[in-house]
Each structure stands twice: as structure tokens, then as C-alpha cells.
Design a protein around this ligand. Structure first.
Ligand SMILES: Cc1cc2nc3c(=O)[nH]c(=O)nc-3n(C[C@H](O)[C@H](O)[C@H](O)COP(=O)(O)OP(=O)(O)OC[C@H]3O[C@@H](n4cnc5c(N)ncnc54)[C@H](O)[C@@H]3O)c2cc1C
Length: 437
């Protein structure tokens, strides 16, 4: 029997296990290890602070989502010993493998920033990238009287780089609905030079922030956080800028699992360097890294994990037969951007093509709008939760190509970035059929 060991049963690990279970010959046994019996639908964490979702809406038993015949082990990974083709768990178990897939993701590390500890629930400093953090923030927001709110990114890359923007848009909408928007001063604080990484999307998203009277502080690299004063605090940058806050919602630095560093497999953020087209480790010919755990130069997103795993499946079958891997991943990512008031925008891009305006997935009819707000995009965002549990995790084929298409997109060369080029949603939106998921 040949052994495929998958470390991590989150988005990428679960999809990979289920797809490869169907595709591999019978003489392969798949084993998956994870240290948490609960699977969290992380895109849903965005909605918890505003009371739209609760814990029940975003969690399921992890084991239920692994196909029959896949071995699952509940345990913490301690060390990979690549020269011996084995993995040690914290409880002493040793697991041998022929092929290894690393899918242990990336997570927030508040301890890496001076004076930012992970007991945020008790203070004015919050984060929504974990379930406990999102719940604590919901409690604070439910009776927060207003004041200076900073929404802050510590350092890139973070998973779902648009999530802090979405949080800002939803906060604007939330305080409007509560009738206290005039009492809240919102500032979006980023280490980037603009609202997003690429020029077209950065301009478009920057305009969405200014339309909502959300201030933007760019090029801000936090040196320390001072939240010891009574009822307020300060965010201090390396270039000695100081921003006062009454409530700080920060995204702490994101890093891969600690065992990656102990095993000598990671870069300085504990992400595993891989070939960006095949996801094969640069260092070992029988180790792949997928999803957020890898250093793929694209967004850390569930959509990337999904597209990459579809291609990994094909490549893996070739690789174990000693053939060259011919199914190149192009960094395809897409993400709905919740913008408040029951609307959302959408971006779709890859390593070479930045997010562009247009329609998705079909030219002209869409039904979704790229870099354009619509109610359908919002329905797509909400409907994606169903698709995640019922189509993506079980490894069913989806109607979206794993590689990016230019179909429906307006090329950057046809856009005038100096002019007001933010595309408007078509008036015919209500005539477009709602997708079935
Ligand atoms: C607030 C928020 C909003 C988001 N919104 C979107 C969105 O709208 N669209 C989108 O595409 N993506 C979104 N994402 C990102 C998306 O959720 C992740 O990119 C995706 O889950 C990555 O999958 P993964 O399998 O690589 O990692 P994960 O799903 O995080 O899985 C990693 C697994 O490894 C396990 N693990 C880690 N270390 C160990 C260890 N030492 N031992 C054993 N097990 C271990 C963990 O328990 C976990 O189950 C969002 C994320 C957040 C936080």
C-alpha cells in the first residue's frame, strides 16, 4: 500500500483528500491529520461581529466532510522529518508517507506585535480572524457608543486581503443602521500604498472608502500598540506616526504553523516555498504545499485553494507515475467583496492579470459584476457558504474554470485610470436570474 499523508483538514486539505480519494488507484491509502475536530467556514467570520451570523452558522464537525475510506487522525503535528519520509505528532505517533501534502494554513499571531496580545476580548483591541475573536468583537460592537475606530492590517500577506476592507464597509453600514454613524470616525490603516495591491482595484476600492467617508492611512507599518490608557489607545508606526483609537480592529501578522519552522520547511513567515505552477516543494520531490500554507504569490484565499487543488489532482496523478506535471496553476483567485447595504463587489485575477472590471463568469450577462457593486454579488457571497459545504469541500466539480479567463473582462489598456473609471452596475440587475446555489 502506498501512503499519502495530508497535514491539515481545512479548506485545501479536505478538498485535496476528497478529490484524490476518488482519483487515486486502490493501492493508495490517504490519511489526514488535524488538531481541531471543528471545521470553521472562515469567510463567515466577517459577519459575526455585526450579529448577522453566529458560531452555529459557520461551524461543522470536520470528520463529516471527509469521504469514507479516508483515515482521519485528531492530533497536533510536531515535526516533519523529510529525510525519513515521516511526520511526528505531539503525542508521539509517527506517521510514514510516500507523498506528503502540507495544508496547515496560516493564522494570526498577535504576539509578534509589541503590546498586542491575544487576550483582546478584554480590551479595546479586537480582531475577527478567529471565531473567539469575532465573537468578542460582536459583544463590544453591540453597545459601543461610537468614537475613533481604526481598521488595521499589520503586514501583508494576510488571508483574504479584502476582508479588512469588507469589515470597514460593513461597519459604515452597521453604524448607519444604528443611527450613530455621525459619532463614529472610521480610518482604514494599511501598510500598502493604497486600498489594495493592484492599481485598478486600488483606485476602485479607494473610491468606495471615500464615498463612505472612511479615512485611509497608507504606508503604515506598526511598531507598537499602546492600549493601556483609560478608554483609548494609540497605534504607533516605525516612522513615528501616531493614530489614536477608542476601538482598534486589527489583523495581526499571519504566519504558518510552528512545526513548519521546526522542520526547516518554511520562509520567514513559516510559509512553504513551492513551485508556483505545480505546488511541489522547492526542496523535496515528494512534498507539496497547498492553500495558505504555501508561499504562492497570489491571495491567500479559499478560492485559490479550490482552483489549485483541482490542478493538483491532475498533477499528482502524473507525478506518482514519474511523468512531468503539465497542469499549470496560474494563481487564479476570486473573491466577493461585501460592501454594506445588501450589496457586494467581486474581483477575479491571477499571477499576471490584475482585478479588472466586467462581468463574471460570462461576458455581458454575468450574472456577477467585477469591480461593480450589486445585490446579486451579495447573494453570491451569502450563497457561497452553501456551495462551500456541499460542492467544494466534498470535491465535486464546480462550474468555474480553475484557470482565469479574460472573458467578460475589460483589459487594463482600455481603462483610463486618471478618469473616474469605477464601473456602475447595470440597471437591468433585477432581470438577471439568481444562480442556483
Ligand atoms: C475573516 C476571513 C474572511 C475570509 N473570507 C474569504 C472569502 O470571502 N473568500 C475566500 O476565498 N477566502 C476567504 N478567507 C480565506 C480562507 O478562509 C482561507 O484562505 C482558506 O480557509 C485556506 O484554506 P487552508 O486549507 O489553506 O487553511 P485552513 O482552512 O485554515 O486549514 C488549516 C488547517 O490546518 C490545521 N492545523 C494547523 N496547524 C496544525 C498543527 N500543528 N497540527 C494539526 N493541524 C493543524 C488547522 O486546524 C486547520 O484545520 C477568509 C478568511 C478569514 C479569516
Amino acid at each position: 500500500m502506498k501512503r499519502l499523508l495530508i497535514l491539515g483538514a481545512g479548506t485545501a486539505g479536505t478538498m485535496a483528500a476528497n478529490r484524490l480519494h476518488k482519483a487515486l488507484p486502490d493501492d493508495w491509502q490517504i490519511t489526514v491529520v488535524d488538531n481541531d475536530p471543528i471545521h470553521v467556514y472562515q469567510p463567515g467570520l466577517l459577519f459575526i461581529p455585526f450579529g448577522t451570523y453566529t458560531r452555529r452558522d459557520v461551524t461543522k464537525q470536520r470528520k463529516k466532510y471527509l469521504a469514507k475510506g479516508i483515515n482521519s487522525i485528531l492530533g497536533a503535528i510536531d515535526l516533519v522529518e523529510p529525510d525519513q519520509n515521516q511526520v511526528r505528532l505531539v503525542d508521539g505517533t509517527v506517521l510514514k508517507y510516500d507523498q506528503l501534502v502540507i495544508a496547515t494554513g496560516t493564522s494570526v499571531q498577535p504576539g509578534e506585535t509589541k503590546h498586542l496580545t491575544d487576550d483582546a476580548s478584554a480590551s479595546l483591541v479586537h480582531q475577527f480572524y478567529t471565531l473567539d475573536g469575532a465573537e468578542a468583537l460582536a459583544k463590544t460592537l453591540s453597545d459601543w457608543p461610537g468614537g475613533k475606530l481604526l481598521v488595521h492590517i499589520t503586514e501583508m500577506p494576510i488571508k483574504c486581503p479584502v476582508a479588512p476592507l469588507e469589515f470597514s464597509f460593513l461597519a459604515d453600514s452597521f453604524f448607519r443602521d444604528k443611527g450613530i454613524r455621525d459619532k463614529v470616525d472610521i480610518t482604514y490603516v494599511t501598510p500598502l500604498t493604497g486600498a489594495f495591491t493592484k492599481p485598478v482595484a486600488s483606485k476602485y476600492l479607494g473610491e468606495m472608502l471615500s464615498d463612505r467617508q472612511i479615512n485611509v492611512e497608507t504606508d503604515f507599518y506598526v511598531e507598537h500598540i499602546d492600549s493601556r490608557g483609560a478608554g483609548s489607545g494609540r497605534l504607533v508606526s516605525f516612522d513615528e506616526r501616531e493614530l489614536e483609537f477608542d476601538l482598534l480592529v486589527t489583523v495581526p501578522i499571519n504566519m504558518g504553523a510552528e512545526y513548519i519552522e521546526r522542520s526547516g520547511l518554511g520562509d520567514e513567515l513559516r510559509h512553504v516555498p513551492v513551485n508556483k505552477h505545480s505546488m511541489l516543494s522547492n526542496a523535496y520531490n515528494n512534498i507539496f504545499a497547498i492553500g495558505d500554507a504555501s508561499n504562492l504569490p497570489t491571495s491567500k484565499a479559499g478560492s485559490v485553494a479550490h482552483f489549485a487543488v483541482e490542478l493538483l489532482e491532475q498533477n499528482f496523478l502524473q507525478h506518482i507515475q514519474g511523468q512531468p506535471m503539465t497542469h499549470e496553476f496560474d494563481g487564479h483567485a476570486n473573491c466577493f467583496i461585501e460592501s454594506g447595504g445588501g450589496k457586494a463587489s467581486l474581483i477575479d485575477f491571477n499571477y499576471n492579470t490584475e482585478p479588472l472590471p466586467g462581468t463574471y463568469p460570462f461576458p455581458k450577462i454575468g450574472p456577477f459584476h467585477l469591480l461593480g457593486e450589486s445585490r446579486l454579488n451579495h447573494q453570491g457571497k451569502l450563497g457561497f457558504r452553501w456551495a462551500y459545504w456541499n460542492l467544494l469541500l466534498p470535491g465535486r466539480n464546480f462550474f468555474i474554470s480553475p484557470t482565469m479567463s479574460m472573458s467578460g473582462k475589460t483589459p487594463a489598456s482600455e481603462l483610463d485610470l486618471e478618469q473616474d473609471s469605477a464601473p456602475q452596475s447595470p440597471d437591468t440587475e433585477s432581470e438577471i436570474p439568481v444562480p442556483t446555489f
